[in-house]
Write a protein that binds this ligand. Structure first.
Ligand code: ZN
Length: 71
């Protein structure tokens, strides 16, 4: 699994997450991401930033995030 870059707003750790059936945030593990089991977006646990790119696949969401957060 591709490493996620830090949040560009606060420098905090971000995770690839989804909402579970009860509406709670759930961190996706690398199997979820590889198998693309759920709609994926990026959440910063420090400042609550959320990033919803238009890409559908988890892997694409992650690479879009890393491009955006880069440098
Ligand atoms: Zn942040």
């Amino acid at each position: 699994m591709e490493e996620l870059k830090k949040c560009p707003f606060c420098g905090g750790d971000v995770k690839a997450v989804t909402y579970d059936d009860d509406g709670f945030l759930r961190v996706l593990d690398s199997d979820d991401i590889e198998e693309d089991t759920a709609p994926c977006f990026i959440h910063c646990y420090n400042c609550d930033m959320e990033y919803f790119p238009c890409d559908d696949r988890c892997a694409d969401v992650i690479s879009a995030w890393n491009k955006r957060a880069g440098d």
